[in-house]
Ligand binder design. Structure first.
Ligand SMILES: *Cc1c(COP(=O)(O)O)cnc(C)c1O
Length: 402
């Protein structure tokens, strides 16, 4: 693979602040449908070559080493599912069995430890036959969504055998980050597979001011990053990485006389849940080629600036309460309810969100037991004027509360 567009040696790509057409947006997806190539093997055109190059560029973008191999899947839920399927095979390897052949019964009870996992982790465990009950919650640090490494070590000590740890690099409520280096360090004393869900938090790696949040990501055995969120390509796109493509091929291999042998670098048909698949890498290839590292860093930084501006405005607005510091691109807040520990009724928040729905799309949530709203910034077009508009709408909506 030659030097990619995210390679530092390349001349800086133009900054495209106000471009009307994002190169990875629907135009390129149209091309994907028009080409209509099945990108699952070397038998059917150059699609999988393009995907391998794209995965290589993404690996560079997120600061992962060459040991990480990967493929594109339909979203972060599927990326987490693939990562945990490889983890499942690794658990079997520790016991001297292949789960792909013998089934999950060979594993006995599986434990998946995590501080604040995304809901898709439980869904993945259900799909993989490990069961939602396999998920063991681990206490988080006081007032945080990040896992408490000491509590995790206690849980590992109590675990009777090898287990799986899901690290969270960007929780959806407050964008909190587990200490990935501390978690990886625990492997010196305990046997576990480390899967990191960096669906959107992985993009912190692009901005020098925030890169420390994902320091240590490379040590993960498997990594999930969404592309249809902060990379701004159309829906149906995420990447999965792993250091154990051999185990991945054991899980997903689809051996048939007319398909190629597995070999060192298996065809994609042997690495992902789908057999036939559209060339979903194309939109990402264009986005990386056109914007490069600098362009995507610019998008990340503008979104973070917008979130911080909104966070300050929330903190300064009587009647509102910021529920967590703005660590990256999400503002989690609620209506101030002096004297009430439970916070406002969810219906009041829904009405507030409804009043400003023409200016902002806020999602309801619950943080530390308190009903709340979250504003998440990830759109490539976000500029300061947008956030000023949201602040005006928010203040008007609060004033209308009376
Ligand atoms: C969005 C998200 C997911 C699920 O992503 P989909 O692309 O909707 O499948 C998983 N984990 C985290 C942290 C997310 O933010």
């Amino acid at each position: 693979m030659g030097a990619g567009p995210v390679d530092q040696r390349r001349p800086a790509l133009p900054r495209l602040r106000h471009r009307r057409h994002h190169p990875g947006r629907p135009g390129r997806d149209w091309l994907t449908s028009t080409l209509d190539q099945n990108s699952n093997s070397s038998l059917d055109g150059a699609g999988q070559q393009l995907e391998r190059q794209t995965v290589g560029w993404l690996r560079e973008l997120f600061g992962l080493g060459p040991e990480h191999r990967g493929a594109l899947v339909s979203g972060a839920t599927m990326s987490n599912t693939v990562g945990l399927a490889i983890a499942r095979e690794w658990l079997g390897e520790q016991l001297g069995v292949s789960v792909a052949d013998a089934g999950t019964a060979a594993l006995g009870r599986v434990r998946v430890l995590s501080g604040s996992p995304h809901s898709s982790i439980a869904k993945a465990l259900s799909m993989l036959g490990l069961g939602r009950a396999a998920l063991v919650p681990v206490p988080t640090l006081p007032g945080r969504e990040a896992v408490d490494p000491a509590a995790l070590e206690r849980a590992l000590r109590e675990s009777p055998g090898p287990c799986v740890v899901v690290a969270n690099a960007g929780t959806v409520n407050t964008v909190d980050f587990d200490d990935l280096r501390a978690l990886a360090g625990l492997r010196q004393r305990h046997d576990f597979w480390l899967h990191t869900d960096a669906a959107f938090g992985g993009f912190a790696a692009l901005a020098p001011e925030h890169a420390a949040l994902v320091a240590g990501l490379d040590a993960s055995d498997s990594v999930c990053v969404d592309l249809h969120k902060w990379l701004n390509v159309p829906y149906d796109s995420a990447v999965q990485f792993t250091r154990r493509p051999d185990l991945q091929a054991r899980v997903f291999q689809n051996s048939a006389a007319y398909l190629g042998p597995l070999g060192e670098n298996p065809d994609l048909v042997h690495l992902t849940p789908e057999n036939s698949r559209r060339l979903r890498a194309l939109a990402t290839w264009f986005a990386l080629r056109a914007y490069g590292r600098d362009g995507h860093r610019d998008i990340v930084e503008r979104c973070v600036t917008a979130a911080r501006t909104l966070g300050r405005a929330v903190a300064d607005t009587p009647g509102l309460r910021l529920l967590a510091p703005v660590r990256l691109n999400v503002v989690c807040f609620t209506l101030a309810e002096p004297g009430s520990a439970d916070g406002p009724a969810p219906e009041r928040l829904a009405a507030l969100a409804d009043r400003m729905s023409a200016d902002a799309f806020l999602t309801p949530t619950r943080y530390a037991g308190v009903p709340a709203l979250r504003a998440a910034f990830s759109n490539w077009r976000t500029v300061n004027a947008d956030v000023e508009q949201v602040i005006r709408a928010l203040r008007n909506a609060v004033a209308a509360e009376g």
